[in-house]
Each structure stands twice: as C-alpha cells, then as structure tokens.
Design a protein around this ligand. Structure first.
Ligand code: MN
Length: 288
C-alpha cells in the first residue's frame, strides 16, 4: 500500500513519526451502499494529491512525521475478531507513544480503536460525528453491526454524538449521562452549538468521524447518505475549536465508500485528516 501523502521515507518512518495512519479495510455488515472495504486505499491514494503546505497554519504539518502502518495481519472478516485485532494493533502503537489515525472501513472498526484508547486513557470520552445514531443494541443478529457502534462504545466510555439525523425512537433514553446525543436539526437552530458540544466534553477526547456527518453534496461517497449534513468550513471550525479546548488523543475517519467517478470525496477525506493533524500539532510545528 502507498504511503499517506506520499511522504519521503524519512518523514514516514514509524520510529520517528508522531502520528500513524492505521488502515482498517474492514467491511462485513454494511447494509446499504457497499464499498467501505476500499476506503483506506482510496484515501491514501487521494492523499498523494494533497499539498503538504497548509496555508491556514502557514506550516507543513507533515514535519511531525506521519507513518502509514499496515492493516492488521490476517485481518478477520468476523466483526468481533476484527475488533480484537484492531484493538491489539492500536495498542502497540499507543505503547510507542504514537497518535493513531484509524482509517475505515465500516464504522465497526472504531469499537476496536476506542477499546485500545480506553486502556491508555481510562477517562477518555468520545466525540462522534455521524448522520446516524448507531445506537441499536443488536442489528441483523449481531451486536457488532455498524448500526450498533455507539451502543458498544457507550459500554466502554461516555460519548457525545453530533449531527445525527437518522435514528430510532427512544434512543436518547438508553444513554446514561454524561453521554449525549445532539441532533442535526437542534444544531441548525442553535447558533451556540459549537460551544455547547465543546462544553459537553471533558478529559482526553477521541473523535470518531463517520463521513456521512458531512452533507452528501460534498460527501456523496458514503453507504448511507443523509441530507442536511455539515459543510467543509463549519466542520473544520468546529473540530478546530474542539482541538483547541481539549486534549484530543486520537481520531478515526470511517465509512468512505469510494466511487471511481467521484474522486472529490476521497480527496476530501484525505484533506480532512491532514487538516486535523495540522490543528492537533500546531504548537509543535510553531516551535520547530
Ligand atoms: Mn456511523
């Protein structure tokens, strides 16, 4: 597999890199549009076209070193096994002090990543960006279906879900505070939503980004596109504020279902990852 951003070997060396891209081409329980298994490769391929210079930060965020790991060896197609493999792979990287960026794959992969993170950061809280609440306890006979991701996450740690515009009746009642679910229509009505979400988070924060949080007009390459999503700059401004207000310890970008005639989606995912790494390591970049 190619290297994220096609960085020269010295900037992509696992030993020295601050951040590691962990491709997780897992797809087993997708229900609607298929193809998330090809997501990581498509994001990495598109990333080779991303400019290394970030004009907003006036820095080259790649200076922190960004390595690209291999997917877990003998990657299982069974969700539970795959989650265990992902968790183990993530732990190895956390042990080495790396900032891990998980690349999905279907959203199920986040359960493995968050499981590993919760071991290293026992008081971690998750911020979920997603069009779907993913709160079903069981779906199509499995507790590890992508429609159950946040039900499983809520068993690991508290979380705040934002941007949701598709869910099931009574889902809020199953959440124990401080976990919270904020619907997209509520965010649209409340100009203070960014401050509200930032205020609802505490401790080390892990961000899981289901790309269908974004509006299908800018992110059509997802399995279950939902109208009424978020646009590029509002998403960046929101995430930058989260990063500036909290210690963000890791994130994942999941559910890209690449289509050959829509390369802009793959590029958006790659650029989003690079923008976030720039925001996250801005202080270190300024010092260097
Ligand atoms: Mn999801």
């Amino acid at each position: 597999m190619a290297r994220f951003l096609d960085l020269p070997p010295e900037q992509a060396d696992l030993e020295d890199a601050r951040a590691v891209i962990l491709p997780l081409p897992f797809e087993a329980t997708t229900t609607y549009g298929k193809g998330t298994g090809r997501g990581p490769a498509a994001i990495i391929e598109a990333s080779t076209q991303v400019e290394l210079y970030d004009e907003e930060l006036n820095e080259e965020p790649c200076q922190i070193g960004i390595a690209t790991a291999r997917p877990p060896e003998g990657f299982s197609s069974d969700p539970e096994e795959a989650i265990a493999q992902i968790s183990a792979a993530c732990e190895v990287l956390l042990e080495r002090g790396k900032f891990v960026v998980g690349l999905g794959g279907e959203h199920t992969v986040s359960v493995g990543l968050i499981r590993a993170y919760s071991k290293y950061f026992p008081d971690v809280r998750v911020l979920q960006l997603d069009a779907h609440s993913d709160l079903r306890d069981i779906y199509q006979g499995s507790k590890f279906n992508h429609a159950c991701v946040m039900a499983r996450v809520s068993e690991i740690c508290p979380y705040v879900g934002v941007g949701v515009r598709s869910g099931v009746a009574g889902e809020r009642a199953v959440l124990n505070p401080p976990s919270r679910l904020i619907y997209a229509h509520e965010m649209r009505r409340n100009t203070e939503w960014v401050e509200e979400v930032v205020g609802a988070l505490a401790g080390p924060v892990y961000i899981t980004i289901d790309l269908d949080f974004l509006d299908p007009s800018i992110m059509p390459s997802v399995g279950a596109p939902e109208p009424g999503g978020f646009l590029w700059y509002e998403t960046l401004e929101f995430l930058r504020q989260v990063i500036n207000s909290h210690t963000v310890v890791g994130f994942d970008v999941v559910e890209l279902s690449p289509k050959t005639d829509l390369p802009a989606s793959d590029f958006l995912a790659a650029k989003l990852i690079y923008k976030l790494l720039g925001y996250l390591f801005e202080d270190e970049l300024e010092k260097s």
